[in-house]
Design a protein around this ligand. Structure first.
Ligand code: GLN
Length: 196
């Protein structure tokens, strides 16, 4: 049976996530096939192994999650969730912007656009716990997390705050691994979910 991946396709960089998951499974050398669907309706979540919540604009993604009646199905989803940037914002327990209704799946507080105008978008090599060499990370109007709860493993941080976390079948990153060519975080996430 292949790995069934859904990408929440309400807004944001959807196709990059699809390609990155395909590349990661191939780079790992797995013979497993992959099927990828775009998720816009509640019934499209059923049967997935993994849901990716992409970057984009978290206020818009949050509004569309509610409009499309996806809030409860995502909260109740039992598979892995891979959330990047705006995705990390909506995964949180608390967000510093009342326009976002967070899913509350991971216990941390998010500060949106935490790097200010000077460092609006930038790239940095960051140390990630468990990876043998730094990860080249692309940040685009990125959030940071603060006050991660007990169950959360912090994987990486910058002076402004936490930028990479995992908790069992969840991974939340404030940067965009789907925009680079480094599959290590996708592979690690799929392994955490028991899929590789
Ligand atoms: N700043 C955006 C937000 O909070 C996230 C940016 C991104 O996903 N690249 O929605």
């Amino acid at each position: 049976m292949g790995v069934r991946i859904g990408v929440l396709a309400l807004q944001g960089d959807v196709s990059e996530h699809i390609d990155a998951f395909r590349d990661a499974v191939r780079a790992f050398g797995s013979q497993r096939s992959i099927s990828v669907v775009q998720v816009r309706k509640p019934e499209e979540i059923t049967g997935l192994d993994v849901l990716a919540i992409p970057g984009g604009e978290s206020t818009t993604i949050s509004r569309l999650i509610e409009k499309n009646r996806l809030f409860d199905p995502i909260v109740e989803f039992e598979g892995g969730i891979f959330a990047t940037c705006a995705g990390m914002v909506v995964m949180a327990g608390i967000v510093d912007d009342p326009r976002v209704h967070p899913l509350g799946l991971m216990d941390y507080k998010v500060k949106r656009n935490a790097f200010g105008r000077q460092r609006d978008s930038f790239e940095a090599d960051i140390a990630i716990a468990g990876l043998d060499r730094p990860f080249h990370a692309v940040f685009i109007r990125a959030p940071v997390a603060e006050h991660p709860g007990n169950g959360i493993k912090v994987l990486g941080f910058l002076p402004e705050g936490v930028v990479a976390m995992e908790q069992g079948r969840f991974m939340a990153l404030s940067f965009h691994p789907e925009l680079g060519r480094d599959p290590r975080l996708h592979i690690r996430f799929l392994k955490n979910c028991g899929l590789l």
